[in-house]
Design a protein around this ligand. Structure first.
Ligand code: PMP
Ligand code: GLN
Length: 384
């Protein structure tokens, strides 16, 4: 028998799936994979029920491949209102199966074998897999703790004639870093001088704390035409299982993305697109409560970890906390994570699998605080 695709043989089960399974097996509180242990808002769920009930109008049949018009329209209005970005709902917005498919389709749409793609590490795991499947070469640049800044010389050295794309993720999973204006400016200048595309993964765009402000890369001068902005509603509405995501990009790039999307999934869950289009109309009011609730969870869990003698790094955004472990154990991340599951009944993510270059990940655990307050309090008690 011949072998399967040789790229696939280098892939392993995602750390998120592994840890959620381990949490279940050991009956541990799951602070590993990033998803809430509470449901999305009632009115959002009701919108989905209503959409399924409209089956006679076709809501339970295939959606258009680029996504339903009402969702593309509402997104176009949100980008204008929040960021003063103009995206044409007809030629520049595409609805995808979560941000994960948006990332995959964009990378396949842009990358030819041998093209180099710069990624910041720690990285979201699907970036490297998608780059490799496209035949591209990931080129990591490390964000070193505790502030997770990149070194300017290392970033500029990573660019060369083969660089086609840089992937940026701000607010950043797993570090909680929100890239600041001068960093974004510097990255944008490198993109322009090296004629490089930028895939800007902004799935945590509305999860920023205190004075930290999310700035889409596309708002920087001359960046809109070379940036693919990606987001999704999994985090914002707390419905990670719905997998409604999107890309915002120039008509030329959008066409290429749609061609990949067409022959991969063709289209996205129709009734849930209707539900999200309707729910996004209430976005601004909803975000006030959303931010308040997550700020409270962050503060509760952060100070709880401090009281236990940990030295957590305060996230500027996202629903993750990176926590150094050296003052608590001599073990590396994977072994300490296993010890916490087995002895304390709390599951976290060992971040070393998010690095290619550096061993930094061995010195941290990632905690997800998108959980009920009572879950966070119980986890803190168990960690004592
Ligand atoms: N990018 C980042 C940085 C993420 O953390 C995630 C998952 N939580 C995704 C993309 C994928 O998002 P989705 O669930 O919408 O596919
Ligand atoms: N983004 C989620 C996390 O970082 C996981 C998503 C997944 O399991 N693919 O935990």
């Amino acid at each position: 028998m011949k072998n399967v695709n040789h790229v696939i043989t280098t892939f392993k089960e995602s750390i998120f799936a592994t840890l959620t399974n381990l949490a279940r097996e050991h009956n541990a509180i799951n602070l590993s994979q990033g998803f809430p242990d509470f449901d999305g808002p009632d009115w959002v769920i009701q919108n989905a029920k209503d959409a399924i009930a409209q089956g006679a109008q076709g809501s339970n049949q295939y959606a258009p491949l680029q996504g339903i018009l009402s969702l593309r329209q509402v997104l176009s209005k949100i980008y204008k209102r929040h960021y003063d970005l103009n995206y044409c709902e007809h030629t520049e917005v595409t609805i995808t199966n979560g941000a994960t498919e948006a990332i995959f389709s964009s990378i396949l749409a842009l990358i030819n074998p041998g093209d180099e793609v710069i990624i910041f590490e720690p990285f979201y795991d699907s970036y490297v897999a998608s780059i490799k499947l496209a035949g591209g070469i990931p080129v990591p640049v490390t964000l070193h703790g505790p502030r997770f800044n990149y070194q300017t010389d290392k970033l500029s050295e990573a660019f060369n004639d083969k660089t086609k794309l840089i992937i940026l993720n701000s607010p950043h999973n797993p570090t909680g870093k929100v890239f600041n204006t001068s960093e974004l400016e510097e990255i944008s200048k490198l993109c322009i001088s090296h004629d490089t595309f930028c895939l800007s993964d902004e799935v945590y765009e509305f999860l920023t704390f205190n004075s930290n402000v999310h700035q889409p890369m596309a708002t920087f001068p001359k960046m809109k035409e070379r940036t693919i902005t990606i987001s999704s509603t999994g985090k914002t509405f707390g419905v990670t299982g719905w997998k409604i995501g999107w890309t915002m990009a120039s008509p030329e790039i959008t066409y290429a993305i749609r061609m990949v999307h067409q022959f991969n999934t063709f289209c996205v869950n129709h009734p849930l697109q209707i539900a999200i289009a309707k729910s996004l109309q209430e976005l601004d009011e909803y975000l006030i409560l959303f931010k308040k609730s997550y700020t409270k969870k962050r503060d509760l869990f952060f100070s709880g970890l401090e009281e236990l003698g940990y030295l957590p790094i305060k996230p500027q955004g996202t629903y993750f906390i990176m926590c150094p472990i050296a003052n608590k154990t001599k073990l590396k991340d994977v072994d300490y994570c296993m010890e916490l599951i087995k002895k304390k009944g709390v599951a976290t993510i060992p971040p070393s699998s998010f690095y290619m270059l550096s061993n930094d990940g061995e010195n941290y655990l990632r905690f997800c605080f998108a959980k009920k307050d009572e879950t966070l309090k119980t986890a803190l008690l168990k960690l004592k």
